[in-house]
Design a protein around this ligand. Structure first.
Ligand code: HEC
Length: 125
């Protein structure tokens, strides 16, 4: 009776060990040396938000597919704004420029961060 409990316990511990080793190896398997995995995720998330949050309806960006050809705002493909400035701008454009035509899109901090990373890195890929 007792030995079967011990066997179960050691099996559980062994499995946990294997899982922990696999988890610790995961970043090594997925990582390309130039771009850490978190950054790739941020870029893709930002790219997705660019469409989902409607940026693409007013801005052209060469890595984002659009099905129309007019833009209200500037083309952001090669936009290289200062990240701190872009963060503030995305928080609330009219707080920076009272005559801003771009609306406050009610973005969360995570969404703003991903969009900033996307705008900074997407051109260089
Ligand atoms: C309704 C149209 C519209 C939408 C939606 C929109 N923008 Fe804009 N955006 C503009 C316009 C117009 C400008 C030019 C400045 C102005 O007049 O507001 C601009 C300017 C910018 C700038 C440059 C700011 C500067 O001063 O250099 C950035 C960066 C930007 N937008 C990013 C985004 C992102 C990211 C999104 C999506 C979250 C987005 N925009 C959604 C219209 C829009």
């Amino acid at each position: 009776m007792r030995s079967s409990v011990i066997t179960k316990l050691s099996m559980t511990l062994a499995c946990t060990g294997v899982i922990l080793v696999l988890i610790s190896l995961a970043p090594l398997i997925n990582n390309s040396p130039e771009q850490p995995i978190e950054q790739i995720d941020q870029v893709n998330y930002g790219k997705m938000l660019f469409t989902a949050k409607g940026c693409a309806s007013c801005h052209q960006h060469d890595v984002v597919v659009r099905h129309w050809d007019f833009s209200v705002g500037p083309n952001l493909t090669y936009y290289a704004g200062n990240p701190d400035y872009v963060r503030e701008w995305l928080q609330d454009p009219s707080a920076i420029r009272t005559d801003a035509r771009m609306p406050d899109l009610d973005l969360s901090d995570e969404e703003i961060e991903a969009l900033v990373v996307f705008l900074q890195t997407s051109v260089k890929q």
